[in-house]
Design a protein around this ligand. Structure first.
Ligand code: SF4
Length: 439
């Protein structure tokens, strides 16, 4: 499997509304691991966002499609011209797909069909099953590229380079556009959200004429004023993360942290070269929960890393018991081509990895279920993701990130609208999901 990212070329024509669509498509492409290519030749396919407002714009759009076809050959057309019947297909029957404006979902489906992306649990910022884009009321906001860490099991720094933070003004503008176009939940992603701005020394940028520093606290403060859910992914337990907890307690951003701890044994964390490996993570979690009792923490772990003894693994189980994390994902260690950890001594046998994976998930299943059970009787705000054919609403509370966590099931969806918030009372809990009724 090639480890280089599939590359998409992008041509954006038309008015500011078309530009917002382009930004949303580009954001989604980046979030899913596609690279954006500046040239036709280098791209695996090209998306052309067209304008069809006046005749000259139609001609310009058709020319742009023709040029992309001549230079690259694989072209997906979106935008206003796509909405005008068969104009595009008649002029350029070879295009792979044509959609109208504001068609993020269809564009992404067409991209997935003609240029699938490989999934790697160590690399991907989004789940293997992809992002379900119906309904499009949540969006991933990628704040940086690359990573300054050198975790021994990971090849992202060699693939994507060192951390490059996007200017905060640009990120906030994109967030505003997303909110203006109906997004109700922003999911902040990067390889290390807590490192945002380190590479540019927290440079001051401008947003709406106002100076803002390129750093996590300033970013989440401003996002928290946008009136939508803001969820933080890929945060490390550094001391400065403490600063965002009061914003969670104040209801500005969701009291939810996705922190990939990966292990708890100091020896293994050191061998993994994990960021914040020397922090007293349990003390930090306790302090966060004292400051914000509603805080939900999700994490991922790797079992069977080279050199992991039964004692190291037991430390991990003890950590889970003490940390009482809400949601946990776990992978057995598997070598990634090019990763430094491949050279480490004492690999763990496959059957031992599997056995540890099962033991870990068993321990965590009880913890997660107990934490969910405490919700029974509580009133919660949920965001409705889907209404199924049998009239059941699938929603999420602040405690559930889309695609990776559980859902809140509301059997009678009468009056509920996909993409809107609702107040519910939790009536039952399972291992992953909750059941609720409308209030
Ligand atoms: S923090 Fe570690 S695992 Fe994450 S991208 Fe950076 S090097 Fe890879």
């Amino acid at each position: 499997m090639s480890r280089s990212s599939p590359k998409v070329g992008f041509v954006s024509l038309g008015c500011p509304k078309a530009l917002v669509d382009s930004e949303r498509i580009l954001t989604q492409l980046r979030a899913e691991g596609y690279a954006i290519s500046p040239s036709y030749n280098d791209a695996d396919l090209v998306v052309v966002n067209t304008c069809g407002f006046i005749d000259s714009a139609v001609a310009e759009s058709l020319d742009a499609i023709g040029e992309a076809l001549a230079e690259n050959g694989k072209v997906i057309v979106t935008g206003c011209l796509g909405a005008k019947g068969d104009v595009v297909k008649q002029a350029h029957p070879q295009v792979l797909a044509v959609t109208g404006p504001h068609a993020l979902e269809e564009v992404m489906l067409a991209v997935h069909k003609h240029l699938p992306k490989p999934h790697d649990p160590y690399i991907d910022l989004v789940p293997a099953q992809g992002i379900k884009l119906t309904p499009a009321h949540y969006a991933y906001l990628k704040i940086s590229e690359g990573c300054n860490h050198r975790c021994s099991f990971c090849i992202i720094p060699s693939l994507r380079g060192d951390l490059v933070s996007r200017p905060i003004g640009e990120v906030l503008t994109e967030a505003e556009h997303l909110v203006d176009s109906g997004v109700k939940e922003l999911l902040v992603i990067s390889q290390d959200t807590s490192a945002y701005g380190v590479d540019v020394k927290y440079r001051t940028d401008f947003w709406g004429g106002m100076p803002v520093k390129t750093r996590m606290l300033d970013l989440v403060k401003h996002l928290g004023d946008m009136g939508v859910w803001v969820r933080l992914h890929y945060v490390y337990p550094y001391p400065h993360v403490d600063e965002v907890i009061p914003l969670m307690q104040a209801g500005k951003i969701l009291p939810y942290l996705d922190i990939p701890f990966q292990h708890a044994s100091p020896k293994i964390l050191k061998a993994m070269k994990r960021p914040a490996a020397t922090e007293d993570t349990l003390a930090r979690i306790r302090a966060w929960r004292a400051a914000c009792p509603e805080l939900v923490i999700r994490s991922t772990f790797i079992v069977g890393f080279p050199g992991e003894t039964e004692e190291d693994f037991q430390m991990l189980l003890d950590f889970l018991d003490a940390a009482q994390l809400d949601r946990v994902g776990c992978f057995p260690y598997s070598p990634v081509e090019g990763a430094a950890a491949n050279a480490l001594a004492n690999p763990v046998a496959e059957d031992v990895k599997q056995e540890r994976l099962e033991r870990l998930m068993e321990v965590q299943a009880e913890i997660s279920a107990a934490r969910l059970e405490r919700r029974i009787g509580q009133e919660m705000t949920v965001l409705v993701d889907e209404i199924t054919d049998d009239g059941t609403a699938l929603a999420r509370s602040y405690a559930d990130a889309p695609e990776i966590d559980g859902v809140v099931i509301i059997e009678n969806s009468e009056g509920l609208v996909v993409g809107e918030f609702a107040r519910v009372r939790i009536t039952d809990a399972g291992d992953h999901d909750l059941w609720a009724e409308r209030i």
